[in-house]
Design a protein around this ligand. Structure first.
Ligand code: PGA
Length: 265
């Protein structure tokens, strides 16, 4: 029976599982542990959540645990990384809808503690809404855990590659952004055609992501292997946003399957 292996790539802690299901189980277990520790220490836990294909299994596992009475979101507050803009929350393509159908609607999380950036705010108010989102997180005492996926561009949330110096990139707040052409191409899977893809989004900023007390990056599948290797072995640069995670390496774990780890050597 194949087993997981732990390695260090540069300064990064990396756990490699035989397959995506095992990696997802590991991440679900980490979420549960971090929630339990935060609730024991502070009476509540604040989670930063991700969308996309990668974490679907993690949400299934968490919802199953809640259904079996083995876990609860009673003391949890959540903040999602991003949302398309503009979009209606009931649109099946919205991340609000994704979260509702996969997690929020299946667990005992209070509705007013499940925060997703609002794709319906008027454009003139988008910057103000984004700034409020950062203030809510800070008022909640910051994120105990940020769950991340990685896009083929190296984005975390929708913080796409940039030519900013790393220190400036690391300080970016939550804001309205344009999606990278590669990200838009990958979104055709959900939207059906290139023309249908919504080209802008609200995203949690790099600053807030890096400030989380723990960060779990989940990446699975062969398509992620090149960017995972670049983020872990290439230079720390805003051109590969996830490489910035190495500036806070002691609180980050990369949970991969063998396919995503294939180019780590
Ligand atoms: P995916 O997206 O899980 O759908 O591959 C990951 C990401 O873009 O962060």
């Amino acid at each position: 029976m194949p087993v997981e292996r732990s390695l260090r790539v540069a300064d990064a802690a990396v756990i490699v599982h035989p397959d995506a299901d095992a990696a997802s189980r590991d991440v679900a277990d980490r979420v549960i542990r971090i929630v339990a520790d935060a609730v024991a220490a502070r009476g509540k836990a604040v989670l930063g959540l991700a969308t996309g294909a990668t974490p679907e299994k993690v949400y299934d596992l968490l919802a199953d645990r809640v259904a079996r009475g083995a876990f609860s979101f009673r003391d949890v507050t959540t903040y999602n990384l991003d949302e398309y803009y503009p979009i209606q929350p009931l649109d099946p393509l919205s991340y609000r809808h994704y979260m509702h159908s996969r997690l929020f609607g299946r667990v005992d999380l209070a509705p007013n503690r499940a925060h997703v950036l609002d794709g319906t705010v008027p454009e003139f108010a988008a910057a103000e809404h984004a700034a409020w989102f950062d203030r809510w997180i800070e008022a909640d005492g910051g994120l105990d855990l940020q769950l991340l996926g990685i896009g083929r561009t190296g984005h975390v949330g929708f913080n796409e590659p940039s030519d900013l110096p790393p220190a400036e990139f690391a300080d970016l707040p939550t804001r309205l952004v344009d999606l990278h052409p590669t990200t838009r191409a990958d979104a055709v899977r959900e939207f059906g055609s290139p023309e249908a893809v919504i080209p802008r989004a609200l995203t949690m900023g790099v600053r807030q992501i890096l400030a989380a007390r723990a960060i779990v990056m989940l990446a699975t599948g062969a398509k992620k292997a090149p960017i995972v290797a670049q983020a872990l072995k290439g230079p720390i640069t805003a051109a590969v946003p996830a490489s910035l995670l190495r500036t806070v390496a002691d609180k980050v774990v990369w949970v991969l399957d063998e396919a995503a780890a294939a180019e780590l050597g």
